[in-house]
Design a protein around this ligand. Structure first.
Ligand code: EPZ
Length: 429
């Protein structure tokens, strides 16, 4: 299994091209199931999760073609892929595939809307929480589907097609908002989704669906209106920049010191997190190329943060923030409210010398003067990158094991950081 070796201490200097967002690319690729014409996606990140989803969509009959490099491209840009679900030959998403990547459960919406049936394996729990799918099932029932759960599968039927309705989510959910929005696009009549997720990835998917001919308004707010149409058509759409990758590198340079340009990033996609970073000790400047992040030289200040749905502080940056404030001049408090088991990185950061006390969903982080390199274990995607950030600032050598977690969501991380002065390499096998 690959590992990543880091020798810490160097400030990060230079520019990092921000990749397309994993959490937009996945639902965008799934939206290809809604039409028998070609959906072309640009700026698709080269990630393990994207590769896995291509396999899963192929299982339903989707042709997926990666377009070759174009003149003027240097190969560091994201991929351009053509997806065409001319014929959906299979409406079953098997356990063997869904269990490998949870978001593949989201195919249930487009399959049901277009084919009137879907049999999708329950995704099961994951390292960060139980993550049930009850809100998905309730929303699809609101749209008129009959749903049974049998043998670990969700069996959904709507032989006469879906019909528009009012959907009220008891709690904000990104995945179920994506799925309800996609399914309602082909339902008869109007759907209104209330307490919808407002994450920028929702608006990015809605923008693509509108290009395909859907009638959607209000995406990005907590009330989304969809007027169903009979069919959706071919379109071309570029995946938005990855705000979690942006926040991760911004925290890295704030921890190591230095001056980084995050190419393609904007303030709008990461409001609260950038405010928190400024409070900790970063200078954040919007430029024509992206966001410039520099350490302000006053040492790191402690902060109190609670993770929340957008526009609040993203749970996907919680672990990275914890690594950052482990070197702050004082005590920080981080409360995790989205997932019930998202502190797996705490014990690993402690191996590097961090001083973190857990009490339920609250982490108290008492800043230390120095971190010291060690062997550490990645447990999930975001936890693994918090160990990389801490390793960049630790004295000596850190080795992060099980980096397959990292490859699921960070494109060429060692190349990007290495190009900015970090001593970082991948050790294969
Ligand atoms: C998306 O997951 C992201 N994944 C997650 O990123 C992210 O952490 C999460 O949104 C929150 O921002 C993708 O976009 C692929 P939710 P999702 O539905 O949709 C509960 C990463 O690191 N819930 O908004 O699964 C759920 O258990 C990943 O890139 C139900 O109870 O998250 C959680 O506590 C990790 N029943 C809360 O709602 C349901 O039916 C929010 O989950 C659905 C959700």
């Amino acid at each position: 299994m690959d590992r990543i070796r880091i020798v810490g201490g160097a400030p990060l200097m230079g520019a990092i091209p921000i990749s397309g967002a994993k959490n937009a690319a996945l639902p965008l690729m799934i939206a290809s199931l809604l039409t028998d014409e070609t959906l072309t996606l640009d700026n698709v990140p080269r990630l393990a999760d994207v590769a896995m989803l291509k396999r899963i969509l192929g299982n339903h009959g989707v042709d997926c073609m990666v377009l070759g490099k174009r003149a003027g491209q240097n190969g560091l840009q994201g991929e351009s892929i053509e997806l065409r679900a001319g014929d959906i030959v299979d409406t079953v998403a098997p356990y063997e595939l869904v269990s490998r990547m949870r978001a593949s459960f989201w195919v249930i919406g487009p399959l049901l809307a277009r084919m009137g049936e879907a049999r999708v394996s329950l995704p099961g729990g994951c390292a960060i929480g139980t993550r049930p799918v009850d809100f998905f099932i309730a929303a699809l029932r609101d749209l008129g589907a009959e749903i049974d759960i049998d043998g670990g599968y969700v069996i959904a039927r709507a032989k006469k097609g879906l019909r528009g309705n009012r959907i009220v989510f008891p709690k904000t959910t990104v995945g179920a908002t994506h799925v309800a929005m996609m399914a309602a696009s082909l339902a008869r009549g109007e759907t209104v989704i209330e307490n919808a997720a407002r994450e920028p990835e929702i608006a990015d998917v809605a923008a693509c669906l509108v290009k395909m001919g859907a009638k959607i308004s209000g995406a990005g707010t907590s009330t989304i209106r969809i007027d169903g149409v009979d069919r959706l058509n071919a379109a071309r759409h570029a995946v938005m920049p990855d705000r979690i990758e942006t926040g991760t590198y911004a925290m890295a340079v704030t921890m190591t010191g230095g001056d980084l340009l995050l190419e393609g990033a904007t303030l709008a996609i990461l409001p609260t997190a950038l405010d928190v970073l400024t409070a900790v000790g970063a200078e954040v400047t919007a430029t024509n190329e992206g966001l410039r992040i520099r350490r302000n030289g006053n040492g790191l200040a402690p902060v109190d943060v609670t993770t929340e749905p957008f526009p609040g502080f993203p749970t996907d940056l919680q672990a990275q923030l914890m690594a950052l404030v482990s070197r702050a001049n004082g005590t920080s408090h981080i409360r995790e409210t989205i997932f019930e088991n998202r502190f797996m990185h705490v014990q690993e950061l402690a191996r590097l010398g961090a001083d973190i006390h857990l009490d339920g969903q609250m982490a108290t982080v008492t800043g230390v003067d120095r971190l010291k390199g060690a062997q550490v274990m990645a447990t999930d995607l975001r936890a693994s990158v918090s160990l990389v950030i801490a390793g960049l600032a630790a004295e000596g050598e850190t080795v992060v094991n099980r980096v397959y977690h990292l490859d699921r969501g960070f494109e060429r991380i060692e190349d990007k950081l290495g190009a900015c002065g970090a001593t970082i390499e991948r050790l294969s096998g």
